[in-house]
Write a protein that binds this ligand. Sequence first.
Ligand SMILES: Cc1cc2nc3c(=O)[nH]c(=O)nc-3n(C[C@H](O)[C@H](O)[C@H](O)COP(=O)(O)OP(=O)(O)OC[C@H]3O[C@@H](n4cnc5c(N)ncnc54)[C@H](O)[C@@H]3O)c2cc1C
Ligand code: FES
Ligand code: FES
Length: 1257
Amino acid sequence: MSVTFKINDNLYRVGEDVASTTSLLDYIRQRLELRGTKYMCRQGGCGACIVTVVRDGITMSVNSCLVSITSCHNWDITTIERVGNRVQGYHPLQTTLADYNGSQCGYCSPGWVMAMYSLLKAKPNVTMLEIENSLASNICRCTGYRPILDAFKTFGSDSPKPTKIVDIEDLDVMCKKTGEMCIKKNCEESEWCMVSQDDVMATITIYLNDGRIWFRVQELCEIFNIFRTYGVDNYMLVGGNTAKGAYPIIEYPRILIDITGVPILKSYMIDQNLVVGAATTLTELISIFQDVSNDDDFKYLLVLIGHLREVAHIPVRNIGTIAGNLMIKHMHRDFASDVFLLFETVGAKLKIQNYMAAAPKIISLQQFLNEDMKGTVIVSVMLPPRNYSYRIYTEKVAPRAQNAHAIVNAGFLYKLDAHARVKECRIVYGGLSSVFIRAFKTESHLINKELFNNATLQGAVKILANEIIVTREPEEFNVEYKRRVALNLLYKGLLALCPKNILAPRYQSGAIKIHQTRPVSEGLQIFETNPKIWPLNQPIPKVEGLIQCSGEAMYTEDMSKIPYEVFAAFVLTTVGSGNIGHIDPSRALREPGVIAFYSAKDIPGLNTFTVPDIVNASADEKVLCDGKVAYFNQPLGVIVAETTYIANKAALMVDVTYSNVRQPITDVRVAKTIPSMYNFYLNIKPTETLNDVSKIIKGSQSIFNQYHFCLENLAAISWPSDQVLITSATTQFLSNIQYTASKVLALPQNTFFCKTRRAGGAYGYKLSRTGMLSTMSNLVAHKLNRPCRFITPIQVQMRAIGKRMQSSTNYEVGVNQDGMIQYINYDIFEDNGCIVNELLINLATDTYYNCYDKRRWNYTSYNAITDTPSNTWFRAPGTLETITTDEMIMERIAYELDLDHLDVRLANLDPEHASVIKGMVNTVKTRANYDTRKQEVSKYNKENRWKKRGLRFTIMTWSGQGPSNLNIILSVYYTDGTVTISHGGIELGQGINTKAIQVCAYFLGIPTSKIKIIPNNTHTSPNNLHTAASVTSQNVALGVQRCCEKLLAELAPLRLKMNNPTWEELIYSAFKSGMSLQVTSYVSPNEIFDYKVYGVTLAEVEIDVLTGQWEILRLDLLEDVGLSVSPEIDIGQIEGAFIQGLGYWTTENIVYKESGEIVTDSTWTYWVPQARDIPQDFRVYFRKGSFSQDIILGSKATAEPATCMAVVVPLAMREAMVSARSESGLSSTKWFQIDGPYTVEKIGLACETRPEDFKFY
Ligand SMILES: Cc1cc2nc3c(=O)[nH]c(=O)nc-3n(C[C@H](O)[C@H](O)[C@H](O)COP(=O)(O)OP(=O)(O)OC[C@H]3O[C@@H](n4cnc5c(N)ncnc54)[C@H](O)[C@@H]3O)c2cc1C
Ligand code: FES
Ligand code: FES
């Protein structure tokens, strides 16, 4: 038997040929070779894999990574290839996204297009706000979202600049039968109805090729029959199959029963209660609630709808079911299920039926948790009527605005009499602990009390404080925060329900959910451009934009299957420190499909993936652990298998013994106190010390790891060819791939031919770390003489591979009464992870004083180590640590001396930079209307107790890296004068190819359309250094310029002779006269061009004092970019860099267990900013009239500096927090230390809210 579905109008059937683990994503990419659909997390957390599905006549977006292919029965699926392409023409969504520069690396772009395409198909008349709110399913790590939102907003029904989709129907496909547009809703004739009604009703049984049996049933009794036949020890009821996004499934059980076709589980009715089938999806549930809420007794469902819209995101809600969600809670008590919370708050009941029982049971949600669910099906949920006398409030506090599970969620139901006395009450919490759900004692206390009364409130809070039980599960959240926020939410809920005539105006802000105040966001980009020098300095879209938005741009893993290829996966250590005793792979090798296991002893050459003689690298880093374990989850071997799935599974089956295991040290703050864990690196002495010291401030500032979160995972594919081993890898450093392969295999370097097309995000991650995989893919290909594909899942990347360095600075600063630094002793400890190799510490040497007076700066840097993966390059390494720490110190001086933060900064400026910085500060002050807004913020803070605002400046001087070895080849074709360029840089999303084309067109005087960029390789670009540190674009521009000048010089005599020929005529004649029409150039590391990049940023934020949640109301960023070669590309770099920095300072938190194991290893636990986390109003300006040096056409680096400027956000948050703390009686001149990201939890805790201040009036 089989299931049938359509993909892009073609009919497919699958059955015994697939496994339980074959997802729709795998099928699309691997079977059909439709590689336009991308993937990263495989857990519904990134959106790269979204496709459009028509199921039961409804169009929707779906995460193809979550769906089993056998779930797709009768689905009609559209992938990015069908939406638009270079042959049939591009879709307006694709062209608009490209035109707005909404793609940088482009790896996320097809997913965005598909999410938006599905949204418009499902709901053609969406407003701009609806569009912004609907994109929580997708992550972009490059752009910072601004251009994506601006592009998609043009499809809003209320857009002032609407993009026409010629007909909205062109979003749909033609009906094959009628020849008309088919919207596939209730359609009996169109191709959707490809399966006869009989087929639809038939039960399907499939014996999958991995021994599982897949059933698709139509009746409840069929489920029970299957239980009777096969037992109930090893089965799963498959609803949306999305729960694995939260709690991964390594192996599916033997019996899989698709219950989505059982009508009774999908229907709803109202008897006295609203009864909804348990297999109803969350999207359907919202729609049912919407319909039923017209009834007075069910108006309360509107509150639940608001909350349900915060559950996951649209594609997950489209297929994830009620029962599936409740069952996660049943299996994992610490799961803060929003669905469970809502149902328990309103007193819903569940109807469940066991296969052995004669009749179903009706149980409460609490009873459900204690019910043995083996062989039991949740049939429906019953929601009771709740008339106007009931008041309901629910709240979800999550680490970011959308698509994150709750840290704590809460629901409150109060039945009130005419005097607002409590007659019935339910207080429900999620996230506090597995054992605490209902606050029964607090509920009883409230009965018969007047609810909106200060004394009642105080009494309730005291009882609640004593009754709640909070534990540290899940481990990523802070216990004390959860305890405090639980109390705050009780108060917040009451504020929201309290009649406005009772509530004092100062407290009203506490009733507002901060994210719900967020309007449609907007942006402004202001720069000058000089048309006289166009195409140089011309704002143009990225040249690859369209092929990225259509999925046609190829990335490493998009290479089609190679015959006989094998797949590799790392085996990781399971202790954080110790020695490997014995490795026994026999269990893994017995697993069907496993081919080989290699450990360090199988490496014929050097066990290293780094290059010690270049790029600040100073040591050989081991590919595989060969004895002493350096950190938890260090790779110790490689499993090779017939599929990635088998390789990853078998990697967990290698048995390893360890000795001398000790507790690892993962925190740089601990490492810096242990002399054996750090080494002196550099001291820069002050040239003067002043004596007017009125205050000495001592302290320490630490920041932690950040995961790069590239949308394209690390991947390397190696295959033997006739003379060489070829490797295609996602990398920023091709020569490293070649060099390290040669070292590992002890073969000559020319045995290896390495190439890459582009990388799907890199940010420093793929500079050296890809070598961990590529050395091994080469080893496997060499040993087995078969192609080897090595792709690391996100969990392995987050666990086994290094990140942004942690750093910790001890400082002592003496200041006069104006806050002017008289002396400063500044000791920074940079955490390299387990080994000191890449000397990123060196990069801080030019920026240690940021823009402040270095004469009095006594700077000492130390290289520290911890028992963690070796840390590596990440946007603005070294510079970010010092610049942001300096800004924190300036802030502290201002607070402790009660001075204006900007005055303190300006008083301390380095004379070398002072005039530029002051000019830029004044520009921002004027543009941002600073003086007025400053007064408004202070007025707002006086008037509001529970929301606070902060407005802060930060300033920056950034210093870049010099050039590095780079080859450029420029070829011209004689028939039409078209040009190709191959350069040693790698397109990572930074627009290097676009800039190369603009420079070439400018110098040759030809249109940009005549130029194309050809991928490079280790033959065309031998020994080329990495693409990193924001300087490769300028180096490539320099090399292209040199090629053009060489060519023009060669053509000059001929041009003279020819009397003003066209370019085409000139080239044709040159060819005829025997010229080669190919030129090369080289940029050498010995060339030095030095410049500074200046930046000034002003942020206004608002925080919710009761929860710690925040919004950035406005952000003004002025950066000095020199003469921008390509202004729109540079705007994109700045916006993207800033938002990465924003994530670093707010949502991105790496948590280690005591064992050294990382807890935060997935999109379920690690949160990068999403579209609704960025500033509501984001304005970027370029400094006017700036120019670096002629040699690099006046340009400056843009990709890194803005990351450092994001420190302005925590600084603004501090002002808001200080205002809140002052109301709790804490002095504003007393510094409170916050290390690492200003998470919702840390903000909430730092506000030091006192429950005794909870009042209505
Ligand atoms: C990215 C992401 C974000 C999320 N965010 C949130 C969030 O913010 N808040 C929140 O509350 N949840 C969140 N979730 C969880 C989400 O709501 C659930 O994954 C979804 O509802 C599960 O439904 P499903 O049909 O896919 O379950 P499945 O994965 O199909 O099944 C899950 C389990 O339920 C059992 N089951 C299914 N149906 C029945 C039934 N009728 N009777 C008995 N057992 C049954 C199955 O046997 C299986 O063990 C998120 C999930 C993802 C992937
Ligand atoms: S790969 Fe499917 S959501 Fe990330
Ligand atoms: S362009 Fe979005 S992740 Fe790179």
